[in-house]
Design a protein around this ligand. Structure first.
Ligand code: ADP
Length: 307
């Protein structure tokens, strides 16, 4: 039986435009790394955190809380120690808390010789996510666990549908290095919405899902609009309006806020266009002296895996 394991768990974009709380995708080459080893204690504890600062209290870190929830369910008294390379800044809007939680349950399940299937792990990772936000939806966790593009049903036991991702679909993700807490940014959202708005959003989600199956990028461009939340969050996300106008001029498929921001993502259908727009958007952040990271990713990443 393996004693230790190293896991990569990706950063993820959630709220894909029309998919508030239900649609997300994983980023290819950027995420947290967790070293998980068996310990002679009977709980999941945090041994060390490298990189961005997050709580090392085992009851406050999303990784240890998620891992412990899994052990409690399995009624296993074997303990584990976790060292985290925290590469994703917390409060980034690209699933920092979710990446650690997913890595922990995935890695611990592997070290226990896979008593549970991948789809059964999601609810334990969500126990970790709830440490960061009590009302967290499962779109970041599901994207990190499954990779690619996912649709999740938050009401029906987090049922996940893995959607087809066209090969020639690329995302440019810009992450300004400031923190917006999910728990705080939900406060700016309205408690209720008009029926007409709900109907517009429903049409958009349906159109987007169909466009993925048919690889119809015109339909995708028409469908990827957010009638629900973007307008309430736009002013809190630095330079979003500026980047969005540039994206529009360049006829991208969509440009919106990832999660509750401050990260922004843009979809295009060639790698060359992704490279070109990344440089163009980079220039906006540089001209404003705002520190940022930017990535290009295909939408076919494999999600959490062993390194
Ligand atoms: P994000 O969308 O980037 O995950 P959230 O606001 O949802 O941002 O979560 C960040 C909050 O979760 C912070 O308060 C952070 O301290 C807490 N947290 C606890 N453990 C972790 C972890 N392992 N990784 C990231 N954030 C964590």
């Amino acid at each position: 039986m393996m004693q230790q394991i190293k896991i990569f768990s990706p950063a993820t974009v959630s709220n894909i435009c029309c998919g508030f709380d239900v649609l997300g995708f994983a980023i290819d080459n950027f995420g947290d790394e967790l070293f998980i080893s068996k310990s002679n204690k009977d709980v999941v504890s945090i041994k060390k955190i490298n990189g961005y600062s997050v709580p090392n209290d085992r009851k406050k870190n999303t990784a240890s809380v998620a891992g412990q929830a899994l052990l409690d369910y399995l009624e296993i008294s074997q303990g584990f120690e976790i060292e985290i390379n925290k590469n994703i800044k917390p409060g980034s809007g690209i699933g920092s808390s979710a990446a650690s939680a997913v890595a922990a349950v995935y890695g611990i399940n592997k070290l226990l010789d896979n008593p549970l299937k991948k789809e059964e792990l999601l609810k334990f990772a969500m126990q970790g996510e709830f440490v960061s936000s009590k009302t967290a939806p499962a779109d970041n966790v599901a994207s990190a666990l499954y990779g690619g593009i996912i649709l999740v049903n938050n009401r029906e036991n987090y049922k996940v549908v893995k959607l087809p991702a066209p090969k020639n679909l690329f995302a440019i993700v810009h992450h300004p290095l400031i923190e917006i807490k999910t728990s705080e940014s939900r406060v700016v959202l309205p408690k209720s919405i008009k029926l007409g708005i709900a109907s517009d959003q429903l049409g958009a989600v349906g159109g987007f899902i169909h466009s993925l199956h048919t690889q119809d990028f015109d339909l995708m461009r028409t469908s990827l609009k957010d009638y629900l939340v973007e307008k309430y969050r736009a002013d809190y996300v630095p330079f979003f309006n500026e980047i969005k106008s540039l994206a529009k001029i360049n006829n991208t498929i969509c440009c919106s806020i990832s999660g509750s921001g401050p990260s922004i993502f843009t979809l295009v259908n060639t790698n060359e266009e992704a490279q070109r727009l990344k440089l163009l958007f980079d220039r906006v952040y540089k001209s404003k002296n705002l520190e940022f990271n930017s990535y290009i990713t295909s939408l076919n990443s494999k999600g959490v895996h062993v390194l």
